[in-house]
Design a binder for this molecule. Sequence first.
Ligand SMILES: CSC[C@H]1O[C@H](OP(=O)(O)O)[C@H](O)[C@@H]1O
Length: 363
Amino acid sequence: MNVGDRHYRTIWLSDDGRSVEIIDQRWLPHDFRVEKVSTVAGIATAIRDMWVRGAPLIGVTAAYGVAIQMADDPSDAALDGVWEVLHETRPTAINLRWALDEMRNFLRPLPSGQRAEAAYRRAGEIADEDVSLNRAIGANGLEIIKEIVARKQPGEPVNILTHCNAGWLATVDYGTATAPIYLAVEAGIPVHVYVDETRPRNQGAQLTAWEMAGHGVPHTLIVDNAGGHLMQRGQIDMVIVGTDRTTADGDVCNKIGTYLKALAAADNDVPFYVALPSPTIDWTVGDGLAEIPIEQRSSDEVSLVWGKTASGEIAQVRISPETTPAANPAFDVTPARLVTGLITERGVAKASREGLKAMFPGR
Ligand SMILES: CSC[C@H]1O[C@H](OP(=O)(O)O)[C@H](O)[C@@H]1O
């Protein structure tokens, strides 16, 4: 998307043809920093410490990590080694394993001397495919927004609530949950987005709000606990969120707090949509609650918060007593029964095994 008057993706190949450059999302919205990453260890750190985050972007970053490894050592042992190193960086987003499997299965049959060039080519294709998938998700989600706006008074915006950041910053470009929003704005359809701050890492307050402001999307930041209240008062027309892993039965794993939004939406008859590209579907898992590993992140993310001081310094402050322990599950699972529809690149699927198989008959 555009940052000022320049178009950016979240990750791109450096001029040296070996390293990648990424937007280091830890410093947004206060500082726009680009980092060059040239080693597998650097890629692992960037994923684990959330310089880059968001399921599709994590996958693409790992794909480039494999290419960087192949440029250094294209052996079978190195190919297996980089798979292991990057796979253990974050456990929940299925796109990480999907991309690592995609790269290893593609490279394994090739002579080692051809692997580096092929790996960079394939990683670039996966990045380009992500952009295409997200635009298709946007077009399919836009149809839902059009149906809602047709039922409203002329000029009255469609009020959309989103949780966390499933925006262009979570992907290579366009985002998943935000893609329909961006296409609606481009089509001149009035929308307004309620942005959940999304404690504890505040991806909504820091990233989604920055995206909305940068793209001229009317939006309002709210605390995570306000969404149900707004739904009770008819102020939300639909919810669109992303996902880090959706099961073959339509259970949706996403940022912590998503499940509570789905409960409130169900209680208030608010349509609850999940936007996802097909690589985010884990066809090997049915029961998300029982089978999806939930990442437990540092308690410091709960007890400390980043912000900009009055003097302009980006700093961290403590919000709880030093002695107070904190738990930090980073994701939760929304059962398929609470999901109105899964907005995929092929269309809107029912959140069920039958619905997904109808959309992806080859699976
Ligand atoms: C389009 S996937 C975005 C998804 O990833 C986020 O998690 P994290 O910021 O921890 O990588 C969040 O669950 C978003 O919905």
